[in-house]
Design a protein around this ligand. Structure first.
Ligand SMILES: Nc1ncnc2c1ncn2[C@@H]1O[C@H](COP(=O)(O)OP(=O)(O)OP(=O)(O)O)[C@@H](O)[C@H]1O
Ligand SMILES: O=P(O)(O)OC[C@H]1O[C@](O)(CO)[C@@H](O)[C@@H]1O
Ligand SMILES: [Mg+2]
Length: 519
């Protein structure tokens, strides 16, 4: 069996390896079954015990870790506890980093398209039999006090991720102490924690929602990090969307400033799929599947009545991915409206003209509208303020579904004197309150295991997720630099237009928004 050190306490392994196949190093003992390999051997020159770690007065380097090389090669590495805590003790641990394809570094040129996101170690392909012996682990199982928090809106798969973090820590690394934070970020300082064990989380993946509770707002960096410090927490697993990951980045910075040996790992959640860099967020697939059921109902209603129109409103505050994918999945949709693609109602090229044409051709039609679409039109028509926000600072939306239903009805009955039968379906909360489907369940497991391996290996300030199909760690600053949106000049939107055959709905004085001009 060969051996290899990655030099930064990291290891890569093929993602498809299984616990049963794990090679055992000489002297390693199984603990509690085949899957556990937990003998931690002190590394030579690894320093003193954790209690002797300095906690204050360290030089803080919060700049991205940029590596450069020949031919303009520029990579951003993932933060590691040893970057800001000197002489950190470490151990060799034979636990296989089975959830991770590679350690991930992102090309520092933010303007480059996603394809150029590189896996720093991806060129090292290690045959399974020959994989790594000296994986470095920066936490001893008994010293770990982990915590898990879920923030933001609900999303299918939250409970699966919670379950797999608890089980992953326990089964793979023998970590017994895992706390659940009650009710999102504010729970760190305003609620009691709950102890999580493999037994207590055993069945939770079958339920929708989050057993830990969640919330918007209530973010207070000092109080949160004080609570982490006071409770002796040294691994923080933060599950949430774009807002949550921004909060996680600030927590990480505060921890780094205080010089605490605390790993912070983000697991990206959102049905909106608005988190950039990663291929998709967990829960998205399940949400699309559920949305398709609503579209099917709308289609059945529409086809059963003269001039039937089925109108379905789906979630998607700033990004129309759910609407776009549910439309593509269903094939029953004649028109999909998303926030990224402005539209007009009246006049040539407007929505009303298209509806009339479609009803004349087919006798029915189905419209899918994302909740964030056409917000300027609604606000203008209702003279409502667009400045209202929720507790997290997200834009509060007008109900575009109800508004557009009324406008369509008024137009056809009053102006066109046509009988139409419009059925409005609003399944918004139904699509995110369900348990995750099979593919999301598998995906959630990989994300949770990646996060556990990364934290145990001493990485911090990172979000886990697949980048171009390979599971990776992405520094918070990369995840937080923009929002993922449907690019309407890109192929996927073009595919949708080919599928629905809808026009662009742009009036002659409207242009494609600036963020939509590249793919
Ligand atoms: N810029 C920020 N800095 C610090 N904390 C933030 C920031 N934005 C949001 N948060 C906090 O993160 C938590 C979740 O944010 P938010 O409600 O926006 O949901 P989210 O994580 O974006 O998920 P989703 O949008 O999918 O529901 C809230 O407690 C909020 O206060
Ligand atoms: O009503 P809530 O709970 O604030 O959530 C609504 C928002 O949550 C999301 O589903 C994201 O989680 C958005 O699509 C939606 O606008
Ligand atoms: Mg969000």
């Amino acid at each position: 069996m060969g051996s290899m050190s990655t030099g930064v306490g990291a290891a890569i392994a093929p993602a498809a390896t299984t616990a049963a196949l794990k090679p055992r190093p000489p002297g390693a003992e199984a603990d509690g079954g085949d899957h556990t390999m937990k003998k931690n051997l002190p590394c030579p020159n690894s320093g003193n015990a954790f209690s002797k770690l300095p906690s204050m007065g360290l030089e803080i380097n919060s700049k991205p870790k940029i590596l450069t090389g020949d031919f303009g090669y520029t990579l951003e590495d993932v933060p590691h506890l040893s970057d800001f805590i000197p002489h950190l003790p470490k151990w060799y641990d034979m636990t296989l980093l089975s959830g991770l394809d590679c350690l991930f570094s992102v090309n520092s040129n933010a303007l480059l398209p996603r394809l150029s996101i590189l896996c720093r170690l991806s060129f090292i392909r290690i045959p399974y039999e020959a994989f790594i012996l000296d994986v470095q682990v920066f936490f001893e199982s008994d010293d770990v006090q982990a915590c898990i928090v879920t923030c933001g809106g609900l999303c299918p798969g939250l409970n699966t991720v919670i379950r797999e973090i608890v089980c992953g820590l326990n089964y793979m690394y023998g970590v017994k102490r895992v706390l659940g934070i009650d009710g999102g970020y504010r729970g760190f300082y305003s609620k009691n924690t709950v102890s999580l064990t493999p037994k207590s989380v055993n069945d939770i993946h079958k339920r929708g929602g989050t057993v830990l509770g969640t919330s918007r707002g209530g973010y207070d960096t000092k109080k949160i990090v004080d609570s982490i410090q006071d409770r002796g927490i040294n691994q923080v697993y933060i599950i949430g969307g774009d807002g949550t990951q921004k909060g996680a980045a600030v927590i990480f910075e505060e921890i780094r400033k205080r010089g605490l040996k605390v790993a912070v790992a983000g697991i990206p959640k959102t049905i909106d799929n608005d988190i950039p860099v990663i291929d998709r967020s967990f829960g998205f697939d399940s949400a699309v599947e559920e949305a398709e059921r609503a579209i099917t109902a709308a289609h059945v209603e529409a086809t059963s009545f003269e001039n039937g129109i089925g109108l379905v409103k789906l979630m998607g505050r700033y990004s129309g991915f759910i609407a776009m994918y549910a439309t593509l999945a269903s094939r029953d949709v004649d028109c999909c409206l998303i926030p990224e693609s402005p539209f007009v109602l009246e006049g040539p090229g407007g929505l009303f003209e298209y509806i009339e044409k479609r009803l004349k051709e087919h006798g029915h039609m189905v419209i899918v509208i994302a909740e964030g679409a056409g917000q300027e039109l609604v606000s203008e028509s209702l003279r409502a303020s667009t400045a209202q926000q929720d507790a997290s600072g997200n834009k509060l939306l007008q109900d575009v579904g109800l508004w557009i239903s009324q406008r369509i009805k008024d137009h056809f009955s009053k102006q066109r004197k046509m009988t139409i039968n419009l059925k409005y379906i609003d399944p918004t909360y139904m699509i995110r309150a369900i348990p995750s489907n099979a593919s999301d369940n598998v995906y959630c497991t990989l994300l949770a295991q990646s996060a556990v391996h990364g934290a145990m290996a001493g990485y911090t300030g990172f979000t886990v997720g697949p980048v171009n199909g390979r599971h990776a760690y992405i520094p918070f600053d990369r995840i937080n630099e923009k929002q993922n949106k449907v690019v309407i000049t890109d192929r996927m939107w073009a595919r949708l237009l080919s599928s629905t055959n809808q026009p662009s709905f742009l009036s002659s004085n409207q242009t494609v928004p600036p963020h939509q001009t590249t793919s």
